[in-house]
Design a protein around this ligand. Structure first.
Ligand SMILES: *Cc1c(COP(=O)(O)O)cnc(C)c1O
Length: 448
């Protein structure tokens, strides 16, 4: 692959630089304070390529966040730009439900083909992840005639009113913004680092919660992230989802995999639920699907998807011609360059570079991940207690040294790494070295 920006970190000014600082002044006077998140949000970007972002002062930063897993295959992909530009010059909008067009049908066909399950499928396209989750809930309720929705502790499903109710932590997403809709139940999840339970044991705990709090026959849908992203890159123990999926089948509950963050190749398979050998009834996708253009989808069993009356789901911009053209270009690229194999390569690079952190730095309790989706759990040295102060220090240091990283976890103690799958071993090494500078300072023991 060739990149329009050399793939290395290069700082010309302190971060944020003078142009960023000037923009930040204008921003605080013009943009709601609610749309902000600390230092990171104060470095203004101009362009990017591969795994490098270039800010308005000309600094080249290593991007280990990908806009929260959106630019999974690199920034400003020329093939995607060309497809979107060609479509924008031809036709930008008609509203698919009034005057349809082929791109929408092609994206639906593609999603039906790549999602798990050998059965007849249908898709609907919408604009955002939260909208996809809302639609999946609507469809499951319509199909089952039931109301209750089960989610898991530490889940993140979005920021609309319904999906806030499906999201675990109160701060900052929910605080002060209720009331929230009823009939949403958060059940205990399998969290191997924190509960030490086997997948089976954790599943029985989850099922017991449902049976004793809700009643299985009341539940329309069970919505899960196969890898919890915002919840701290929590990967439930082997066997957990198998048991949950059996329970759903036994009781006529629609099993929905929210693949918005972990899906579409990021974890080394098309969908992260495939690592658990489970076939969901419905799958939601968004983030990485269109190389940064807004597009999201619900895909699943035809009989469930077709149970909705015509006009019961949809929306003005859903499956926009330009976004769908971009998505088709992304799908072509994934296949042409075997980018799912690249995600597995990134996993190998990350394990070999940072897999020893828990044994080297006592401020690191755990490193876990799949593909290009990793979490580093920061703890109070010598304990398993979450250490949000350490995470803050690491993020501040990394950001001011040109490495963009993300936070995660219900206790704000997980460093989340979502690099693009095209990132090189050299960039991973350089970024890890920057992070290690703070890990060494934060650890009580001298690193071995
Ligand atoms: C980001 C995310 C959402 C919400 O997507 P938006 O496009 O921000 O509405 C939902 N579920 C998961 C798992 C996500 O990571």
């Amino acid at each position: 692959m060739t990149y329009s920006v050399p793939q290395h970190r290069n700082l010309l000014t302190a971060l944020p630089g003078p142009r960023s600082l000037a923009l930040q002044k204008r921003r605080t006077r013009s943009v709601s304070a609610g749309a902000g998140a600390g230092t990171l949000a104060a470095i203004y970007m101009d362009h990017g390529s591969g795994a490098i972002l270039v800010d308005v002062d000309g600094n080249q930063l290593i991007d280990l966040g990908s806009g929260i897993g959106v630019t999974s295959f690199g920034h400003a992909l020329p093939e995607v730009a060309a497809a979107a530009a060609a479509q924008a010059a031809k036709l930008t909008h008609t509203l698919f439900t009034v005057t349809p067009y082929e791109n929408y049908v092609r994206v639906a066909e593609k999603l039906n083909a790549i999602t798990p399950g050998d059965f007849e499928k249908r898709s609907i396209l919408v604009n955002t992840g939260a909208e996809a989750v809302e639609n999946a809930v609507k469809i499951a309720r319509k199909f089952t005639g039931r109301r209750a929705i089960v989610v898991l502790d530490h889940a993140f499903h979005g920021r609309t009113n319904l999906t806030m109710a499906m999201t675990y932590r109160p701060w900052p997403e929910r605080a002060g913004m209720g009331p929230f809709p009823g009939e949403i139940y958060s059940a205990p999840v399998s969290f191997p680092y924190r509960d030490g339970l086997s997948g089976r044991e954790a599943a029985e705990r989850t099922i017991d919660y449902i049976v004793t709090h809700i009643g299985a026959s009341e539940v329309a849908a069970f919505v899960v992230e196969p890898i919890q992203g915002d919840g701290g890159i929590n990967i439930p123990a082997p066997g957990y989802f198998q048991r949950i999926s059996e329970f759903c089948t036994e009781h006529g509950i629609v099993f929905i995999a929210d693949e918005i963050q972990a899906g579409l190749g990021r974890t080394g398979t098309w969908f992260s639920i495939e690592h658990h050998g489970v076939v969901p009834d419905l799958v939601t996708t968004a983030k990485a699907i269109a190389g940064g253009f807004p597009l999201a989808a619900v895909t699943g069993r035809a009989e469930i998807m077709d149970s909705v009356q015509p006009g019961g789901i949809g929306g003005t911009f859903g499956g926009n011609p330009v976004s769908t053209a971009a998505a088709l270009a992304v799908f072509d690229l994934i296949e042409r360059d075997d980018l799912i194999a690249r995600a597995r390569e990134v996993e190998r690079m990350l394990w070999s570079r940072i897999g020893n952190w828990p044994s080297t730095y006592d401020v690191v309790g755990d490193v876990r991940g799949q593909g290009a989706m990793f979490g580093v759990e920061l703890v109070v040295p010598g304990t398993t207690a979450p250490n949000p102060a350490a995470l803050r220090t690491i993020i501040d240091h990394a950001t001011s040294h040109g490495v963009i990283v993300l936070d995660a976890g219900s206790w704000d103690s997980v460093l989340r790494l979502l690099p693009s799958v095209v990132i090189s071993a050299e960039l991973i090494d350089d970024a890890a070295t920057v992070i290690e500078e703070t890990l060494a300072l934060l650890s009580t023991a001298v690193p071995k």
